[in-house]
Ligand binder design. Structure first.
Ligand SMILES: [Zn+2]
Length: 244
């Protein structure tokens, strides 16, 4: 990494932390709690898209669920691991920094938050060089998602796990270019999504060699916890294991 990019990252991080502290002062209290940054507030921030964001780290519902899931179901941080985060968010970086056992590495095709600028369809890492990988709501933006899934499988060690998540919003997977204008407006909806996924997405994970288990973690949590942590009730987390 060159020194000007490094300096830019340090300055960017400083501004991010300053803005986070300023935002948080407007929501003092202990009614809700963020599982990403660990801070408590009077309430979450609400946007026109009905997303409840943490006033400090700006986490959204599915990331707060993910952090709680990692701690309670995957023993995250309990054992030493090299962890790859694809397309990092600041809220999740803050979460990972709490764990000295986790060697955190992030990549993105353009985000300045990432440690390395890299295309997920062609990762510049050795085979089996990570213990775990996170690819959270990324593949819907990637031209060749099957290739990206094969890359995740390749860099993961045998016996390792990946959390690979996409929005499942259709009865079957369909590329943007195959859709009618009606489908683009009402099914795909997002300008930057290249396809809408159906349940057959899981076949793409299996084709690469993964063994899947889909967790109903959030449905097992008491209502008080769902409300306090502002968790996504729709998200079913898919754990992809690479056979040992
Ligand atoms: Zn937070």
């Amino acid at each position: 990494m060159n020194s000007s990019r490094n300096l830019g990252k340090v300055i960017g991080e400083g501004f991010r932390i300053l803005a986070a502290h300023v935002r948080a002062t407007f929501f003092p209290g202990n009614k809700v709690e963020c599982t990403c940054c660990g801070r408590s507030f009077s309430r979450f921030l609400y946007s026109p898209y009905m997303t409840a964001r943490c006033p400090f780290c700006m986490s959204i519902e599915r990331y707060r669920l993910l952090c709680k899931f990692l701690v309670e179901e995957m023993d995250f941080g309990q054992v030493r691991m090299r962890f790859l985060d694809i397309a990092p968010l600041w809220c999740f970086k803050l979460f990972c920094r709490q764990f000295t056992n986790v060697e955190y590495v992030s990549v993105d095709i353009r985000s300045p938050l990432a440690d390395y600028k890299m295309d997920i369809q062609s990762l510049q890492f050795d085979d089996e060089s990570f213990d775990a990988v996170l690819c959270y709501h990324v593949l819907e933006h990637v031209p060749d998602d099957r290739k990206a899934i094969r890359e995740i499988f390749r860099v993961l060690r045998r016996g390792g796990w990946a959390l690979v998540q996409v929005p499942i919003e259709a009865s079957e997977t369909k590329e943007r270019e195959e859709m009618t204008p009606y489908e683009i407006k009402n099914v795909l909806r997002w300008d930057d999504h290249l396809r809408s996924y159906g349940p057959d997405f899981f076949d793409r994970l299996k084709e690469a060699g993964f063994v899947l288990s889909i967790s109903d973690f959030v449905t097992r949590l008491p209502n008080e916890e769902v409300e306090r942590f502002g968790l996504d009730l729709k998200e079913r987390i898919t754990v992809c294991k690479k056979p040992a």
